[in-house]
Write a protein that binds this ligand. Structure first.
Ligand code: SF4
Length: 263
């Protein structure tokens, strides 16, 4: 460590995703860690509701949320990956659009990074930087904070949940491959222009007939068609469910999704 670095105080960083858990953590720690720095890695493909929610959080926290961007956009990295769309197994989008900009922002400083993994997610893991100067801290897990508590923190602060929670259970890119069928239906309904844009990334290899799609069920039109067939009888049930139960249902598969994108 250089002399300059040894004199620098440890930085406390909290990366907001625009999702409920990291936002609740920011509220939870606002007065406990006054030196906290906040940041939001914007992929350039965020939902307007997410950006609006980050603005709202900035007002609540009374401190700037640093918006950080990758040097290149999604389309650049897509080309670099021979037009192979990212997937749960090939998560180059998270690395290039979220993780590396975060590490660049940190540089060589000693940092404590606050992660919003909850106590009711004992096996949750995710993409966390492995740089030796970045230590992670999980206050929700340490303090026994569960999903129910998170919702309570958001509600009692007056912030509430991001608007997209009425149709989507996670933040992240509008085309994110972690979306459930119902969420794709929601995207088509609430942001048809983004749905159409997501479709333009899907390709068929004419030589082999291989489909390059966001979802393994088929192209997005098929995903939406199959989802509406599958969920038609659930309409009544959904409206009568508590928000917490709905979030539990819709978060299936969440354990594999990105901490940095969706917590
Ligand atoms: S939100 Fe989804 S598509 Fe966007 S960077 Fe994260 S994993 Fe990739």
């Amino acid at each position: 460590m250089t002399e300059t670095n040894s004199k620098r105080p440890v930085r406390h960083l909290l990366g907001l995703s625009g999702g409920k858990d990291s936002s609740a953590l920011a509220i939870y720690l606002r007065d406990r860690v006054p030196e906290m720095e906040y940041l939001f890695a914007d992929t350039g493909a965020e939902l307007p509701e997410t950006l609006e929610f980050v603005d709202l959080m900035e007002d609540y926290l009374g401190k700037k949320i640093e918006r950080i961007n990758a040097n290149r956009d999604f389309d650049f990295y897509l080309k670099l990956h021979n037009n192979f769309l990212p997937s749960a197994r090939q998560r180059w989008c998270t690395i290039n659009l979220k993780l590396l900009p975060f590490e660049e922002f940190v540089g060589n400083d000693e940092v404590i990074s606050y992660i919003a993994i909850r106590a009711d997610e004992p096996s949750r893991s995710g993409y966390i930087s492995s740089k030796p100067n970045i230590r992670t801290c999980m206050p929700f897990r340490d303090d026994g904070i569960t999903k129910e508590d998170v919702i309570e923190i958001l509600e009692s602060s007056g912030i509430g949940l991001p608007k997209y929670y009425s149709w989507r259970s996670r933040s992240g890119c509008y085309f994110c491959f972690f979306q459930t069928q119902k969420e794709w239906v929601g995207l088509k309904k609430h942001h048809p222009e983004y749905f159409d844009k997501a479709k333009t990334y899907e390709k068929v290899d004419e030589a082999t007939g291989t489909m390059f799609t966001w979802n393994q069920l088929g192209n997005l039109d098929e995903v939406v068609r199959k989802a509406s067939e599958k969920h038609e009888p659930d309409k009544k049930e959904k409206s009568s469910k508590r928000l917490l139960d709905r979030l539990s249902d819709e978060n299936s598969g969440d354990d594999e999704s990105c901490l940095i994108c969706m917590k």
